[in-house]
Design a protein around this ligand. Structure first.
Ligand SMILES: C=C(O[C@@H]1C=C(C(=O)O)C=C[C@H]1O)C(=O)O
Length: 282
């Protein structure tokens, strides 16, 4: 078998990978809804705002992330090829290593979590939270970490998608040629599937509208007078009309969720795909 097809494991199935990305949409939307319960609490993102006994001078969120990822590293979370930490110099696992099927060829161990963190703190948080400080620092940071971990997993899944495309017999030779030429632009064209992206953004808006609905307006929240049978239970809107969208009091700004994916999640995923491919033949 030629080196170019030096395949360590079976080609990841692109359709199955895309289904995983669809499921991660739900995880990300619900994580954003959970974080949006709390105010911006801007101080948790600023360095030197909290006095840490260990002399740490970073932000509260960075400190909390370091603590959480240190524990997760000890139970070998980051030995999994689909998990990437935000923190450097984590402790070694206390558990013996697991043997994962060698699917990826990732000599650079690509990790763009610094970019993801910056986008999340500087763009996403101001967009999904009300201004102000409600002192819920631990709760806010807990939700932030859930959002960051879900976004990181989703974006770094680009490695598996890129490997699947690289192994596609119909495109393999073209990928090898473009990688050897280091032709980023043509690689981007070849790996881009505009139809998938278009459908994703439409699906995302529908999900954000439905998941984010405040059902009290439909008499379906936990406080509704369930003994009042005269009130018809209004079914969950499955495909709200444009007119209805203005009326749905959404717990999450669906335009922000769509723009998050359009302007950041998809481009960052393709950045991972490109970087992975450019080093695939190292
Ligand atoms: C993930 C893929 O690669 C690219 C990135 C996409 C994304 O981030 O959602 C969608 C389509 C492609 O342009 C894919 O082909 O499914």
């Amino acid at each position: 078998m030629s080196r170019n097809l030096l395949i360590l494991g079976a080609a990841p199935n692109l359709s199955e990978l895309r289904n995983t990305l669809v499921r991660l949409e739900d995880t990300i939307i619900f994580a954003l809804i959970e974080r949006s319960q709390f105010k911006h609490n801007n101080s948790i993102y600023k360095a030197n705002k909290m006095n840490f006994r260990d002399g740490y001078t970073g932000s509260f969120l960075s400190w909390f992330l370091k603590e959480v990822e240190s524990v997760h590293a000890k139970v070998r979370r980051y030995q999994s090829p689909d998990e990437y930490p935000f923190t450097n110099n984590l402790p070694e696992p206390v558990l013996p290593p697991l043997e994962y099927p060698p699917v990826l060829v990732d000599p650079q161990e690509i990790n763009i979590n610094d970019e993801i963190f910056d986008v999340y703190v500087n763009t996403v948080i101001p967009g999904i939270t009300a201004q102000g400080d409600d002192t819920n620092y631990g709760s806010s940071a807990t939700r932030d970490i859930e959002c960051l971990q879900a976004l990181s997993r989703r974006i770094h899944y680009g490695k598996f998608v890129a490997e699947s495309k690289f192994q596609d017999p119909d495109c393999h030779d073209e990928y090898v040629r473009l990688i050897k030429e280091k032709n980023r632009d043509r690689l981007m064209e070849l790996l881009t599937n505009s139809r998938v992206e278009e459908l994703l953004l439409k699906r995302l808006k529908a999900k954000a509208l439905i998941y984010g609905q405040d059902l009290s307006s439909a008499g379906l929240d936990g406080n509704s007078n369930i003994n009042d049978s005269s009130q018809p239970l209004i079914g969950l809107r499955s495909s709200p009309s444009d007119a209805a969208e203005e009326k749905i009091k959404s717990r999450v700004d669906y335009d922000l969720v769509v723009s998050l994916y359009r302007d950041y999640v998809i481009p960052l995923t393709k950045e991972v795909e490109i970087e992975y491919l450019l080093h695939r033949l190292d």
